[in-house]
Design a protein around this ligand. Sequence first.
Ligand SMILES: O=c1nc2n(C[C@H](O)[C@H](O)[C@H](O)CO)c3cc(O)ccc3cc-2c(=O)[nH]1
Ligand SMILES: C[C@H]1O[C@@H](n2cnc3c(N)ncnc32)[C@H](O)[C@@H]1O
Ligand code: SF4
Length: 329
Amino acid sequence: MTDFITFSRNVFIPVTNVCRNKCGYCTFRREPDEPGSYFMSPEDVIPLLKEGNKAGCTEVLFTFGEYAEEVPEYKKWLEELGYSSNVEYVVDLCKLAIKIGLLPHTNAGVLNYMELEALKPWNASMGLMLETTGMVAAHLNCPGKQPDVRVKTIKYAGELQIPFTTGILVGIGETLDDRIDSLQCIANMHVEYGHIQEVIIQNFVPKPGTSMEKQSSPEIEEMVQIVSMAREILPADIAIQVAPNLIDPYLLVKYGASDLGGISPTTIDWINPETEWPTVDNLRRLLKDISLRERLPIYPDYINKGWYSKHLKPLIRSMVDDEGYRRSG
Ligand SMILES: O=c1nc2n(C[C@H](O)[C@H](O)[C@H](O)CO)c3cc(O)ccc3cc-2c(=O)[nH]1
Ligand SMILES: C[C@H]1O[C@@H](n2cnc3c(N)ncnc32)[C@H](O)[C@@H]1O
Ligand code: SF4
């Protein structure tokens, strides 16, 4: 077990819920003509960024339905704002965030090499869940959830030296062999490119109204097993993240989890809105004897390696302590 467990203070901004995929477990996504579908303009985003900055956050998590621009309605919204592509818009959102004092972490789903290249200078880190290398029914209508497509994006990020977050979703119909294969696949990519800063082991939570509503969440014993396996399979410099709003982290931390991901003081978890994040004080209580330390969205090793652009340098410098974590006070 590590000496301390890390987390980051973030603002969670779900820019659009329009998405080309139809994951069997997701309640976030909407059809463009469905009530509740939306697209956030800069006027919607700016107050949230300012509020997060005031509350002491270091990070903004921009997340999206995947390739929403393939949907004509979304494309029209973008063009009305004067953008010809989603990535062009995300770059502008990142610039706004940096100006306000937050380090961007973008997870826009699958992206190609050029899109990642355009986003790299404006992001402290980026992410994409591998989910699983297995063929599961939950991903039947999801061009962007095919394992080879996901792996390609994660490899491009490696070629571009982008500090990267990925992970697996546990309990979506994959087998034990699929879980081992997924972790091995991530480990191999890290050995080749050295860019995976953390791997999320996320437990599936069934949601009413989805095709998987009757499927159960993995038991804690199963999560302990997979976290232990992850700790054995993944190189030691990769952190293992679990989500403290989805599962009690105490036991998982004993078996190798070392990070609790982004906790937001001002926003909810838009993908899992049913469960609130614990406050930092509550986390300290949950973790009992184990101490908690705040990090930035870019891990100490990657700050040391200088894997960030000149646009982020002043902000990172103002936030970081001598050991690469969040400076206190
Ligand atoms: O608060 C959340 N943060 C999620 N994060 C963000 C994460 O907690 C932090 O932003 C990173 O650890 C960077 O600091 C993700 C990041 C990814 O790149 C990919 C998937 C996720 C999923 C979640 C999530 O479900 N909830
Ligand atoms: C942002 C990430 O949220 C995860 N995600 C999406 N739906 C669920 C769910 N029902 N339970 C747990 N995690 C989920 C996916 O792994 C996605 O990549
Ligand atoms: S999990 Fe992501 S890719 Fe899947 S339907 Fe939801 S928004 Fe789309």
